[in-house]
Every structure is written in C-alpha cells, then in structure tokens.
Design a protein around this ligand. Sequence first.
Ligand code: FAD
Length: 327
Amino acid sequence: MKAFEYASPRTEAEVVQLLSAEPGKTEILAGGTDLVGLMKKMIVTPDRVVNIMDVPTLKSIDELPDGSVSIGATVTLDDILAHPYLDVYPAIKQAIRGISSMQLQAQGTLGGEVCQRPRCWFYRNGDGLLSQGVAEGANEFHAILGNSGPAKFVNSSRIAPALIALDAQLRVLGPDDAEQFVPLAEFFRSPQREGQREHVLAPNQFVSHIVLPPIEGRTCATYEVRHGEGPDYPLAAAAAALRLNGFGIVQDANVVLGQVAPMPWISQEAIAVLRGRKVDVALAEAAGEAAVSRATPLSQNEYKVQLAKVAVKRAILLAAGYETGGF
Ligand SMILES: Cc1cc2nc3c(=O)[nH]c(=O)nc-3n(C[C@H](O)[C@H](O)[C@H](O)COP(=O)(O)OP(=O)(O)OC[C@H]3O[C@@H](n4cnc5c(N)ncnc54)[C@H](O)[C@@H]3O)c2cc1C
C-alpha cells in the first residue's frame, strides 16, 4: 500500500476542506470494505484518505417535515435493515438482505454501497476500468446493455436500482458551502476515458445524505438472480416501483435494472409496457421482454439476457403483491 495521510474530520465542512480538486489525490473512507482492498492492491493510490465515519451529522436516519426520509451517508446497511422508517420501502431492504454477509452489512455504509467501484476483474487486476480485454473475452459478468461505448463493466451497487426506482436524491456537498440535491437517476455515468469516474461527483465533493421521497401509495420490490446464497454479486437484478389504482391498473411505474450495464439501467421500454395496464403475469413478462429488447450481449454473456428478463418480471410481480416463488 502506498503511504498516505489520514484525516478524520468532525464536520461536513471539514470533510470538504480536506478533499483535493485534483482527481486521485484524496479518497473518502467510509466503512472501508471496498476502498481498503483497492488501496492494498494499489489500484487506488491517494495521498490523503478522509475518514467520514466520525462526522455525527452523517450517521442518522430522519423523517423530514414533508414525509421524506433522509439517510446519512455513513448509516450502515444493518441500521437501515433495522429501521422502522424504511419498512415502507421493501425494495431497499430486499437488496440489502441479498448481500448475505453479516460483516459487510455491519461495516458497509449506504454512501459507500452507492459509490463502490466496479467489481470488473480487469479493473481489479490493474488493467483499468475501460480495458480492451473485456471485448476479447472473459466477459461473462459484464454489461449486456449500454455497452456500445468504452465502458463494459457493470455498476456494482445492489441498492442503487431500488433507490432510483423510488426517486431518491443525493445531498452533495462541495467547496464554498455548496449544497446540491442530485437525483440518483442522474448521478451515474458511463466513463468515456480512463480516469473518469462512474459518477458525476467532482473530486472535492461528497455525498452527505440520501433522501427518499414519501412512499405515498407506491409499492416496490427488488428481485435478484444469483448464483446461490452467500456474499457474491447477483448476475442480474431489477427494482420496480409502482403506483396502482384500486383496480390494479398501473398509474405510474419505475423499472431499474442492476448488474447489466455500466450504470443502473432505467428501462423506459418496460415502463411504457406497464403504464395504464393491469399487472398480471403476462404483462410482467412483456415488460421483461421489453427491458432486454435493446440488449447487445458480449461474446460470453448472452445468458444474462434471460436472467435480466426474469429479474424484471419478478420485481414487477413482487411489487404488485404477487408471490413469485423461487427461481
Ligand atoms: C469480499 C467482499 C465481498 C463483497 N460482496 C458484496 C456483495 O455481494 N454485494 C454488494 O453489494 N457489495 C459487496 N461488497 C462491497 C461492499 O458491501 C460495499 O462496497 C459496501 O457497502 C461499501 O461500503 P463502505 O462503507 O465499506 O465503502 P468504502 O469502501 O468506504 O467506500 C467505497 C467507495 O465509495 C467512496 N465513498 C464512500 N462513501 C462516500 C460518500 N459518502 N461520498 C462519496 N464517495 C464515497 C469511497 O471513496 C470508495 O471509493 C463486497 C466487498 C468485499 C470486500
């Protein structure tokens, strides 16, 4: 590991002051379950690490006057699972339970989960985020959607699809007391050149809170297709949030796929299929088909198309209150 300066600020303003405007010079440390491994392998080599775990204002879950729920970036995944305010957002708790690791859930934070770096093995082996090797082979866990540019990794966050489906916003802090609220749907991007991050944060900005709007009659669910039980990433996942009228007709829908594209993938095609129709198995299946209609699998990951289809279908059925059974 490269030697680095360690800072442990106590306020949000101090965090910002300690961050460099120059990419790669400083890194935020939350639970460290992702960052420390990357530093040990010299994939990430900051001069300064800024620990945000000792900032009290980042640690709580609060209900805001308008009924929104604000979650501090360093709230652990376990604390989210245990918190009654979040019972009305089952899609989030289902995604966290999928991690199936007491250690990661106790140590990992929500901010770190959303900002974690891609699990792409080319990247983790030091070949860069946009390695040409992906197109040549060993791409079975890579993207099937949004992969026409240089980025072919998949966004690793398990919780981001659910948060996007629920219209979450990030509170982002930066220099000169700048406070911005960024819809999570606009936070991720597909890097176009090596060194560009997978999100829009400037190097001297950080996420302080994640804000969920009131659930207001919507239902939601996450469905993951996994290898098996245990702390491994899903092969494909989807989150759905639906607003149904009294007759089960979809008034409003969000469908977001995970683990299939360089960013959580909002499926406008699936949403268009659902709007104004009554949810049943056939409609959920049609939405699944639509969600993968533009898929462009790589040489070894065509199998993910079927898994993504199933994830979308089952997330929609679960959100609409159907039992989906096992996979
Ligand atoms: C062996 C192993 C297996 C894993 N398996 C899974 C799994 O199956 N499923 C899964 O979802 N995850 C898995 N993970 C990843 C881990 O659960 C998540 O990465 C974790 O939630 C990250 O949280 P953290 O607080 O530890 O983040 P950290 O490691 O502290 O940070 C992760 C990244 O986010 C940045 N960051 C952190 N907080 C902020 C913030 N507030 N603002 C801006 N940037 C920030 C950091 O600089 C860093 O780049 C695994 C990790 C390991 C080591």
